[in-house]
Design a protein around this ligand. Sequence first.
Ligand SMILES: Nc1ncnc2c1ncn2[C@@H]1O[C@H](COP(=O)(O)OP(=O)(O)OP(=O)(O)O)[C@@H](O)[C@H]1O
Ligand SMILES: [Mg+2]
Length: 392
Amino acid sequence: MRVLLFTGKGGVGKTTTAAATAARAAAQGRKTLVLSTDPAHSLGDALGVELTGEPVEIADGLVAMQVDAQRAFERSWHDVQDYLRSVLERAGVDALQAEELTVLPGAEEVLALLELRKQAGSGRYDLIVVDCAPTGETLRLLALPEALGWYVEKVFPAHRRAMRVVRPLLSRVAAVPEDGVFEAVERLHAELSEVRALLTAPSTSVRLVLTPEAVVIAEARRTLTSLALYGYRVDGLVANRVVPLSDDPWMAGWVTAQRAQLDSIRVDAAPLPVLESPYAPGEPVGLEALLSFADVLYGSADPTEVTCTEELLQVARDSDGFLLSLALPLARIEDLELARSGDDLVVTLGGHRRLLSLPAALRRCSVAGARLVEDRLVVRFEPDPAQWRAHV
Ligand SMILES: Nc1ncnc2c1ncn2[C@@H]1O[C@H](COP(=O)(O)OP(=O)(O)OP(=O)(O)O)[C@@H](O)[C@H]1O
Ligand SMILES: [Mg+2]
């Protein structure tokens, strides 16, 4: 099963492109689900149908749904989230760990991820197209499974043990969580691990939608880097609302300005393709308009083809130790921070942070250096007897 996620800055055409891609794949005979994680109900608007929280077939082989964020889960997640925060505050957890919690997003995003897992597990679809919220929220959404996983593995067990001892004392003075909260977090962790596996599988990729404007393109560049940081594969860009050639001086001005932006993003994104979609004379709403949108965008290409096979994270061995490399397109060395925290390598870049759990062999090494080589961060690890003792 293939999964395609569409993201990009607000208003650039994510929903339209996602819906058009799904419509085309379904018309080509693939059982397709298009699912929106955006709380705004615009997927239904683009398709010209009313959507609900349940999948509905809107054309042959095309099913659509809008994740319903108002379900009961929302409440219970807020409880868990508030609890986790208060625990960290009271426990005086170090700054790095406490900060990790701030990436925990709201209920809608968690719910959307869990719904995606459920639908993927149904075995009913060849393709699931996800219409994501604007970039910032999507990144928080995509960082969630790993961030929460880290928390549950590292902080939670110790806290749970401590709770067993202090609960009888604490319960006299403060509200303490019941075991149910721990179970809920552990269950959520297991489910989100499955989501993470689904989202980072080779058959899953992200398409970045943009319009050829300087501000939008600047954000798209940063998003390319951030998505790679979190371990997500981007397989193409969609430049939407490209102004067609014209003799009109006002339009011609836009054409020139957009061309310059398109040329620059093509260079930066290479070897990823940048597909183009023209500024239509009206809103592409309804199946027919979406199918024409997809025809122009993809031409004769198959929109579901897997084109990107690069390993985002690699570990290689050489005579001095190991080289861990992480794809980070367009990253600048001055924006990067690296730290070692126990068995994790902490990579921070422009407000985004990933805690990479090191493979066993690397835990016994210390970091001997790091540099950026052709869009990859390469970190050298050398065996360190002091670390061996720590791991016996
Ligand atoms: N190529 C195009 N030509 C003309 N109108 C377009 C084109 N692409 C999208 N639109 C229109 O632009 C508006 C925004 O598009 P869309 O809802 O797909 O963007 P979005 O990125 O999903 O926005 P949001 O960030 O709010 O979710 C819609 O009214 C849509 O019909
Ligand atoms: Mg949208």
